[in-house]
Write a protein that binds this ligand. Structure first.
Ligand code: GLY
Length: 282
């Protein structure tokens, strides 16, 4: 079984082999950006490159970013301690293209990493594609759809609206349509009874999103309008804790080696059985 350290390293090694520079995580408290207090995604530190305010030193980068989602546009606080796969602080694996490769390569590589490097069975994977939004004047994502159709059967592709398939960093800033990858971790018997595509983005604890491929094309302005950016970019985010849980065959993120050591140590110090406390709460 791969450890969480192996899984993290395999991600970085894969994207290094695709010409990405590996860069450090940014601090979790955001500096020099009054629109955001805490880092909520790997892309925050690259905002100026997306907006064209600064030239990017590398066209392709990858990293693992410490994120905190406790306030603002991306706030998971209500889910934490209630389900098995949301956290206040978590680690986000990401790869970025600054005006370089776009949808085809991003999707192709995410598929290769998940199915060849990590060996996740293809029939457990589902992709979502932005269905477009008339009010925003954005069409459906035909390039992402065509790419996914070359990799997955139609019943594994799910269309999503602006809520799930248009990613924005905050009230303002870089944004664009996205394509998520979900894994169906249910036992085969259950999968036969209820098709996985009906459970995508339905809060099922065993059918979970693991990776979001965002295609940054716009800047959301203060007045709410969308301004097309001079170049198009890729911004992806994969939750390390969720990926590890899938690859270690667990039904809860808390049962992976990311958490079990801390839980065991806490039990030793407090003399309390944390596992049953967590189970009771969940
Ligand atoms: N920036 C992509 C994500 O956080 O989902």
């Amino acid at each position: 079984m791969m450890t969480s350290a192996d899984i993290r390293q395999a991600f970085l090694d894969f994207f290094r082999s695709k010409g990405h520079e590996i860069v450090p995580s940014a601090p979790i408290v955001v500096k020099n950006d009054p629109t955001l207090m805490f880092t909520n995604a790997g892309m925050n530190q690259f905002k100026d490159y997306f907006l064209g305010n600064k030239p990017a030193p590398f066209k392709r980068v990858a990293d693992t970013q410490k994120c905190l989602r406790v306030s603002g546009k991306h706030n998971d606080l209500e889910e934490v301690g209630v389900d098995t796969y949301h956290h206040t602080m978590f680690e986000m694996l990401g790869n970025w293209s600054f005006g370089d490769y776009f949808k085809d390569e991003a999707i192709e590589w995410s598929w290769e990493l998940l199915t060849v490097v990590y060996n996740i069975p293809k029939d457990r994977l589902y992709a979502t594609v932005f269905e477009g939004d008339v009010k925003e004047g954005i069409p459906a994502s035909s390039i992402a759809l065509a790419k996914w159709k070359s990799l997955l059967p139609d019943e594994h592709i799910v269309f999503g609206n602006k809520k799930d398939n248009f990613w924005e960093m905050g009230e303002t800033g870089p944004c664009g349509p996205c394509s998520e990858i979900h894994v169906d971790c249910r036992p085969d018997e259950e999968r036969k009874k209820i098709p996985g595509h009906t459970l995508v983005n339905k809060d099922h604890p065993q059918v979970i999103e693991i990776w979001n491929n965002v295609f940054i094309q716009f800047n959301r302005k203060k007045d709410g309008s969308l301004e097309p950016l001079p170049a198009t970019h890729v911004d992806t985010g994969m939750g390390l804790e969720r990926l590890v849980r899938v690859l270690q065959g667990k039904t809860s993120n808390y049962d992976t080696d990311i958490f079990t050591g801390t839980i065991a140590e806490t039990e030793k110090i407090t003399g309390k059985n944390m596992t049953s406390a967590i189970a009771r709460q969940l």
